[in-house]
Ligand binder design. Structure first.
Ligand code: FAD
Length: 464
């Protein structure tokens, strides 16, 4: 019997742990090196904890809307922040325990400690018991990323938060200044505004959520405004006037100042590529420190792969996991290329936002003649029934072929609905094929069918 391929994976986030389990399923002998908690950023400091908090504030919002729904609750409804944070931690732990269980079941060996690649076939791990060297036929680097820290801000100050420290807060801040109106900044704004925090967001770009369709971003900004969230676009923070124990004062370009109890810096991520042995082995990185990989996710050093955030592709958990599967395939002799043309992008705010493929402007820039269809959720029975009728669904198609090339949506559960469009784009489906498919009534999903009909001006329920 042929010897099993030995694969060592540095980092047990959604890239590393998914790669490990798949490699073990394929018969490889797998070791994962993890210096902190299995599940990485996603499970412990990112996707899951933020969604757990959003789950809490969504419930809070519904409870406070009792009068609309037809019930009353005696006494004031007040958030129990300590319990919300405890619940978030419980959910993370439950999922982390699940990964430990899957490792056991699939015979993935976990070495706890800081890993460093010392040659294309060896990884040194600094463990509590001392240095351990693990031999490998293939190495996958999946060390992820951490919040970008501009030298500009003093992150040792208790008033300066990253997404990681914001998830450890013990008290709801009365005021919060958020630097950056990207996905993470907007998700935290959604959580804390519901908890009563007065929020100001400063964004240097001309629109919030700069990667989203500009019409959608504008409508979303209106929703934030109604919640009392102040959004300052085309505005830069150009220094800190005062770091105090209980507040911070930031200088905005042009003179004005903003004082807040806490300041959350959510301006992007930086790769975990320091001190992991890349220079020793000669692994190439780009000017921002991300590991350079080819379409097979192999670095310039044969047999050494890099997946997930650390290669700077698309910094999302589902992309990291997908890349884990591709890299494993190639480690085991396959010839699979990464394909990131169809990647759902989701923003878990209240309401949610989801997009995929090209928006109308991008389609035009790419030489398509885009045609669009839109359905407002204000006309969707299910959206009205659940009291979440803000938002719309828009499908973008190519006029020449009628094929779906993109969609953007805002409203309840759109982060689940986006996958219908993912399947459509990936398989070259037309708008007519979506429109001809019976969608259940009443659902938010039927708004997709109506939007598909609207592409050809035939939505029964769209008011002209
Ligand atoms: P990571 O998850 O960062 O995991 C890397 C692991 O490597 C870590 O466990 C780390 O401890 C370990 N490690 C690092 N160096 C070493 C070393 N030398 N030795 C041993 N171990 C090491 N993405 C989504 O798709 N959906 C979301 O809703 C979403 N929400 C987010 C919310 C926030 C607040 C943040 C910060 C991120 C969010 N993301 C979301 C992004 C997502 O978390 C990342 O894209 C994803 O975790 C990347 O996975 P990864 O495996 O590449 O790296």
């Amino acid at each position: 019997m042929a010897e099993a391929t030995r694969i060592v994976i540095i980092g047990g986030g959604p890239g590393g742990y998914v790669a490990a389990i798949r490699a073990a399923q394929r018969g490889a002998e797998v070791t994962v090196v993890e210096k902190d908690l299995l599940g990485g950023t996603c499970l412990n400091r990112g996707c899951i904890p933020t969604k757990a908090l959003l789950g809490s504030v969504e419930a809070l919002h519904k409870a406070r809307s009792g009068a609309d729904f037809g019930f009353g609750i005696e006494g004031e409804i007040v958030p129990d922040f300590a319990r919300m944070m405890e619940r978030k931690n419980e959910i993370s732990k439950m999922l982390r325990d699940g990964i430990h269980g899957l490792f056991k079941k699939n015979k993935v060996k976990l070495v706890e400690g800081t890993g460093r690649i010392t040659s294309p076939t060896t990884v040194d791990v600094d463990t509590a018991e001392g240095l351990v060297t693990v031999e490998a036929d293939k190495v996958i680097i999946a060390t992820g990323s951490e919040p970008a820290r501009l030298p500009f801000f003093d992150f040792d100050q208790p008033t300066v938060l990253t997404s990681t420290s914001a998830l450890q807060l013990e008290k709801i801040p009365e005021t919060l200044l958020i630097i950056g109106a990207g996905v993470i900044g907007c998700e935290f704004a959604s959580v804390f505004s519901e908890l009563g925090t007065k929020i100001t967001i400063v964004e240097m770009m001309p629109q919030m959520l700069p990667l989203e369709d500009k019409r959608l971003a504008k409508q979303f900004q209106g929703i934030f405004k109604k919640k009392g969230i102040e959004v300052l676009l085309k505005t830069k923070v150009d220094g800190i006037a005062e770091y105090a124990e209980d507040h911070i004062t930031a200088n905005l370009e042009g003179g004005p100042q903003i004082t807040a109890e806490k300041m959350l810096v959510s301006i992007g991520r930086q790769p975990n590529t320091q001190d992991i042995g890349l220079e020793t082995v000669g692994v190439e990185t780009d000017s921002r420190g991300y590991i350079v990989v080819n379409d097979k996710l192999e670095t310039n050093v044969p047999g050494v792969y890099a997946i997930g955030d650390v290669n700077g592709g698309i910094l999302l958990a589902h992309v990291a996991s997908y890349e884990g599967l591709v890299a494993v395939e190639n480690c085991l002799g396959g010839n699979q290329e990464r394909d990131l043309k169809v990647v759902p992008s989701c923003v878990y705010t209240l309401p949610e936002i989801a997009s995929i493929g090209l928006n109308e402007d991008q389609a035009r820039d790419e030489g398509y003649h885009p045609i669009t269809g839109t359905f407002r959720l204000g006309a969707a029975g299910k959206a009205l029934a659940i009291g979440e009728a803000q938002g719309y669904i828009q499908i973008v198609a190519d006029e020449a072929t009628d094929k779906v090339i993109g969609a953007n949506m805002m409203g309840p559960h759109v982060t689940d609905l986006i996958h219908e469009i993912a399947v459509a784009i990936k398989n070259g489906l037309t708008v007519k094929q979506i429109g001809d498919t019976i969608h259940a009534h009443p659902t938010i999903g039927e708004a997709l069918m109506e939007a598909a009909h609207d592409v050809h001006g035939e939505s029964v329920h769209v008011a002209s």
